[in-house]
Design a protein around this ligand. Structure first.
Ligand code: AHR
Length: 337
């Protein structure tokens, strides 16, 4: 980590949470506060709280690190965590949220598996006066009062960074395969849109095949195998994967097809997990756009403030970097997940 941005400014709604080297020149969002990346709690909490967390599942290394961060932070601060794993199903998350309401938790946090379909259950939480924190993924709603705060990444910006990096790397010429995340999820929708925006100025950059790999290694491999059997797949020069796990699965498929990942096919993905850094070191992955999973500290910072009756920013973004062969060595040894 080259620098830590610790500036505090009085801007209203948007916060900026953690820092890593940013190699993009995209303007950063306005800043409210920026504690350190694994931001320790200042002191023992004034009040012990109970937080219900409805997690998406365990589909990727990113998700596992995210779960671990939330569990570890609850334990460190002495709070009670009621944790539910929805196994990728929205109905399971809705059930978990209803159960948290029935149990009268102080705060509910959840990572919405998809963007739509939350209004009814969130209205129930609001009626019960339980504040809701959206963790990592946003929702689509006409009523922004149904949740209190969002903490996580700017997924559209991640997509833009991936597209911009690929345009520079390929001099604006690429036949691109795209592995999308879970259909209907905020990271799949936004990373796709941001990437499309970034390559729109390059007429010789085209997405020739695009399909979901569900954010998993196994599906990334399976879909890439299928891509490589098609004429578009055989002629492809680049791969954009919405997460590292799918890229790593795809690397296996590319090697099995007798091609060299990272050379015959330039690969850019999103997350910045340890295995992606190792793949960059081996020359098989070319770039990973960071998405910070360590959301335990900011979630409990928000929850403590809410329970204490304090105001919190509506949006808190993590600050994240872009890593390729030029700078991966700066962080590979420190990356724990
Ligand atoms: O919502 C964040 C995304 O969900 C991560 O990029 C991906 O790996 C995951 O499972």
């Amino acid at each position: 980590m080259r620098k830590m941005l610790l500036t505090t400014m009085t801007v209203s709604l948007v916060g900026l949470w953690a820092c890593a080297p940013a190699t993009t020149d995209a303007p950063p969002p306005p800043v409210v506060s920026a504690p350190a990346i694994d931001g320790p709690a200042d002191s023992a909490p004034a009040q012990k709280l109970t937080l219900g967390f409805a997690q998406v599942g365990a589909e990727s290394d990113w998700r596992k690190a995210n779960t671990e961060s939330i569990k570890a932070e609850a334990e460190k601060r002495g709070h009670e965590l009621k944790f539910s794993d929805a196994q990728q199903k929205q109905e399971n998350q809705i059930k978990a949220i209803r159960s948290f309401i029935a149990q009268g938790v102080d705060v509910i946090a959840f990572a919405p598996v998809v963007e739509t379909g939350w209004d009814a259950v969130l209205a129930e939480a609001k009626a019960a006066n339980i504040p809701v924190i959206l963790s990592d993924r946003t929702i689509n709603t006409q009523d922004e009062t149904l949740y209190t705060a969002f903490v996580g990444s700017d997924f559209r910006e991640e997509g833009r960074r991936a597209g911009k990096w690929l345009a520079e790397k390929t001099n604006g010429e690429a036949s691109i395969l795209e592995l999308q995340g879970t259909p209907g999820s905020a990271p799949a929708n936004e990373r796709k849109a941001g990437f499309a925006e970034a390559i729109a100025d390059f007429p010789n950059m085209k997405i020739v095949k695009s399909q979901t790999g569900e954010f998993t290694r196994a599906m990334g491999k399976e879909v890439m195998e299928a891509f490589l059997k098609t004429p578009e797949g055989q002629g492809a020069t680049a791969l954009y994967a919405h997460n590292d796990d799918m890229a790593i699965g795809a690397i296996q498929a590319i090697e099995a097809a007798g091609k060299k990942p990272g050379q015959d096919i330039v690969i850019v993905s999103v997350d910045g997990v340890k295995d992606a850094f190792l793949a960059i070191q081996e020359g098989k992955l070319n770039c990973t756009v960071e998405c910070n999973p360590l959301l335990g500290p900011p979630i409990f910072d928000l929850a403590e403030k809410l329970v204490a009756g304090e105001q919190v920013p509506k949006i808190t973004y993590s600050e994240e970097g872009v890593f390729d062969e030029s700078n991966y060595a700066d962080v590979i040894n420190d990356r724990k997940y």
